[in-house]
Design a protein around this ligand. Structure first.
Ligand code: HMG
Ligand code: MG
Length: 299
């Protein structure tokens, strides 16, 4: 099994989209630059969605335009439709991510269409790109839905297969509301890996109930090697009430390095990036590792 773990940093998108303070494009760009400096190679820099729905993600083009270290990391943006894709291409992204839900109600609340309609909206994206840019796909609510409760495993596996067949090189299976435990994680990770292959599966844990590190460990045991994380544990989802941020990147990196696995990430530099963004948001970091480091320095 590979000892290299790929971290997809989603803090500048999933994190900042759900913070009550909206940061300027220049602060967001500085934040992304610090993440690049820390060694992150895949970063979701923002989204091209309706600014009326998600004002925190307005002017993602401005973020991309102000990056000082382009070329050192893959700059990914979330796009819900062709309109978002065109804006993302014009802004110079390296990769886009499309997002669908394993539950119908969340699909309607999040992107105002059914699951089938969302797939139809993605088709022109692939047609327009003709393979010129990698596309990632998300399956939201894979472990439970804030509106429908339990979600059948078959809904998750069939959506993952549809996304892979459309052309997504990787499918990120998301615990949007942080309900999964290690047993569910293993079951879903194995089922999706059985459908599209473990090397095409990423896991995306929100840490609402404090299970995300345990779930990360459980997924490693099933052969998954890609994880989405958010520095300082930023964020949540504005369309899933009560959802908190993704698992903190610092905490995942600390665990992985402690297990002898490599990420290519410089933990002290990552902690600095988390401190930078937390300071600008006027909040305490959600990373336990960063808090321990702050306490150590203060002692
Ligand atoms: P709609 O209202 O159904 O779309 O929104 P519409 O096509 O009827 O357009 C309505 C208006 O939106 C129009 O503007 C369009 O121009 C505009 P108006 O004429 O009213 O001024 N519009 C856009 N503007 C900017 N960029 C676009 C775009 N498309 C249309 N791409 C839409 C549909 C998807 C746009 C809307 O519902 C939306 O933006 N939703 C926000 C979705 C979102 O960002 N959710 C959070 C991210 S997903 C997430 O966090 C989950 C994830 O982390 C995994 C997990 O944890 O589960 C990925
Ligand atoms: Mg998310």
């Amino acid at each position: 099994m590979s000892e290299d773990i790929r971290i997809v940093e989603v803090g500048p998108r999933d994190g900042l989209q759900a913070e009550s303070v909206a940061l300027s494009a220049s602060i967001r760009a500085e934040f992304v630059d610090l993440l690049v400096k820390a060694g992150l190679k895949s970063i979701e820099v923002g989204s091209f969605v309706s600014p009326r729905h998600v004002p925190q993600m307005a002017d993602t083009a401005g973020v991309l335009a102000q990056l000082r270290r382009p070329g050192e990391a893959r700059r990914i943006a979330l796009v819900p439709n062709l309109q978002g894709l065109e804006a993302a291409i014009n802004a110079g992204v390296d990769e886009v991510a499309v997002f669908a839900s394993a539950s119908e109600t969340f699909s309607r609340r999040n992107i105002n269409c059914s699951v089938d309609e969302s797939i139809e909206r993605f088709k022109p994206i692939f047609a327009r790109l003709e393979g010129t840019m990698p596309v990632r796909g998300y399956v939201s609510c894979a472990f439970g839905c804030p509106y429908e409760g339990q979600v059948p495993v078959s809904a998750v596996t069939s959506l993952a297969r549809r996304l892979a067949e459309l052309g997504c090189y990787e499918v990120s299976v998301a615990d949007t509301i942080g309900v999964a435990t290690p047993r569910d994680t293993k079951a879903i990770a194995e089922a999706v890996a059985g459908e599209i292959g473990a090397s095409r599966v990423a896991l995306h844990f929100h840490d609402t109930r404090g299970q995300a590190l345990a779930n990360t460990y459980a997924s490693l045991e099933t052969g998954i090697r890609t994880f989405d994380c958010s520095v300082a544990g930023l964020g949540g989802c504005p369309f899933a009430a009560g959802a908190t941020g993704n698992v903190a990147t610092e905490d995942v990196v600390y665990m992985l390095h402690g297990m002898g696995l490599s990420t290519g990430i410089d933990l002290p530099a990552l902690i600095e990036a988390g401190e930078f963004v937390s300071r600008h948001l006027g909040r305490r970091t959600g990373s336990r590792v960063a808090r321990a480091e702050q306490a150590r320095v203060a002692a």
